[in-house]
Design a protein around this ligand. Structure first.
Ligand SMILES: Cc1cc2nc3c(=O)[nH]c(=O)nc-3n(C[C@H](O)[C@H](O)[C@H](O)COP(=O)(O)OP(=O)(O)OC[C@H]3O[C@@H](n4cnc5c(N)ncnc54)[C@H](O)[C@@H]3O)c2cc1C
Length: 401
């Protein structure tokens, strides 16, 4: 016999879990399905996770609304007040700081494992969410008047609509023939945690140079030891050779790639190399189905905006569905779901286009372009009002649309 819900959310990653918690607060009945077992998410991981996310003010506010942020141990959150971006091939640099932009901080860095764990705590506290972990969709039928899903475990679920939060390789997106615009960035991101000798000064450091795009993202210090999470975006062949370097050689390369600013003492996490791909679905919705988060779009991590865009999707979708629910509208109609698409698509495309131009501008080593780029950076750095606008945009406090 089928079990009946208002919504079925597929994917209990950051984006799917947060949408479930917020929608459940509007007394909607939710089935949350994830192919992973998820038990590991119930306790705070003892060691730093190699994957971290820069969380914007808008995302933080949403996580607070879901009572998730309050549960994160203070010693697992690092706020950053400054961001310094420079051109490794010249003298151009841009510095952003919270004081000049009248914000308490530019953002926070949180390990993905810690965030996922707190999301799962709140999911489990909600009486309106049934969790189907270690399970996925065997088959599904979509229509304007309702969806029906059969899970691998044999459970049959019915609801008004499915929300696909099943990540970059979304099966729901491909099985329902959503067209995408996508291309390889021709880069892999190497991520890990390292210990440095000097303080990171609560600053996110980012270098664009011959050695690729390298970010040092501040983590909380422990026993006066300083740690940063790195994201090092380089062509795949270069990534391959960096991945097999021994620890000492890898640390030396980091030291030079960061303009000798920090002495790198060691690696504290296994290195991971993640292929980077830009992808954007041409539509986010069909009758009975809405794509959110990485299922709808992925961008280069250079500005740390992927999850923040996903949380922006959550905010918009929750507003649309709550309002429709209050009015007694059926939640799975194209008419209702298109309101979410209208609210998000332009903003997401503008951010993706911005990241692409930035990446291309810094991919070239042609002397003429490098010279122009450096002049541009110096000029930009003097323009406080433009910097303020960019910071407000990155914080999610203003939009392009
Ligand atoms: C190197 C790197 C650094 C980044 N840094 C930042 C940053 O600083 N700030 C930021 O905002 N973003 C950052 N991002 C982007 C961010 O990590 C992603 O945008 C975010 O994790 C996407 O979350 P999601 O919930 O949409 O997808 P995912 O995290 O991929 O979650 C998808 C979930 O769906 C489940 N699933 C998949 N398929 C199925 C299925 N068939 N059935 C059931 N369940 C399924 C998976 O198990 C998973 O739990 C970074 C990305 C990279 C690669």
């Amino acid at each position: 016999m089928a079990k009946s819900y208002d919504l079925i959310i597929v994917g209990a990653g950051m984006v799917g879990a947060l949408s479930a918690i917020l929608l459940a607060k509007s007394s909607l009945r939710i089935a949350l399905v994830d192919k992973h077992d998820g038990e590991y998410r119930l306790s705070t991981p003892p060691a730093y996770d190699a994957r971290v996310s820069a969380i914007s003010s808008q995302s933080k506010a949403l996580l607070e609304k879901a009572s998730v942020w309050q549960g994160i141990a203070k010693d697992r959150i690092a706020s950053y007040d400054n961001m310094v971006v420079w051109d490794g091939l010249g003298e151009g640099y841009i510095d952003f700081n919270a004081q000049a932009t009248a914000m308490p901080e530019l953002g926070h860095l949180v390990e993905n494992a810690v965030l996922n764990q707190q999301l799962m705590v709140q999911v489990r506290r909600s009486k309106n969410i049934d969790l189907y972990l270690g399970d996925s969709l065997e088959s599904h039928e979509l229509s304007e008047s309702g969806v029906r899903v059969e899970l691998m475990s044999g459970h049959v679920l019915e609801a008004q609509t499915i929300i696909a939060a099943d990540g970059a390789m979304s099966k729901l997106r491909s099985e329902n023939a959503f067209d995408t615009v996508e291309w390889d960035y021709g880069h892999h991101a190497i991520v890990t945690t390292i210990e440095i000798a000097q303080s990171h000064e609560n600053t996110a450091w980012q270098s664009f140079g011959e050695e690729g795009i390298l970010a040092f993202l501040p983590l909380p210090s422990v026993d006066q030891k300083h740690f940063v999470s790195i994201v090092w975006s380089v062509p795949p062949k270069e990534a391959e050779s960096l991945m097999v370097l021994d620890e000492k050689a890898f640390c030396r390369r980091l030291h030079y790639a960061m303009n000798k600013r920090f002495d790198v003492l060691g690696i504290t996490q296994v290195r991971q190399a993640i292929p980077l791909r830009q992808r954007h679905a041409k539509q986010y919705v069909k009758a009975g189905l809405a794509l959110i988060g990485d299922a709808a779009h992925t961008i280069h991590p250079l500005a740390g905006q992927g999850a923040n865009l996903g949380f922006g999707d959550v905010k918009a979708l929750v507003e649309v569905l709550e309002k429709a629910h209050r009015r007694g509208e059926y939640l799975g109609t194209s008419k209702v779901l298109r309101r979410y698409q209208r609210a998000r698509m332009l903003d997401n495309i503008a951010m993706a286009a911005g990241m692409e131009s930035f990446k291309r501008l810094f991919s070239t080593q042609q002397p003429f372009i490098v010279q122009l780029r450096n002049i541009g950076m110096k000029q930009f750095n003097k323009g406080e009002s433009l910097k303020k606008k960019l910071v407000a945009r990155a914080a999610g406090l203003s939009s392009f649309s």
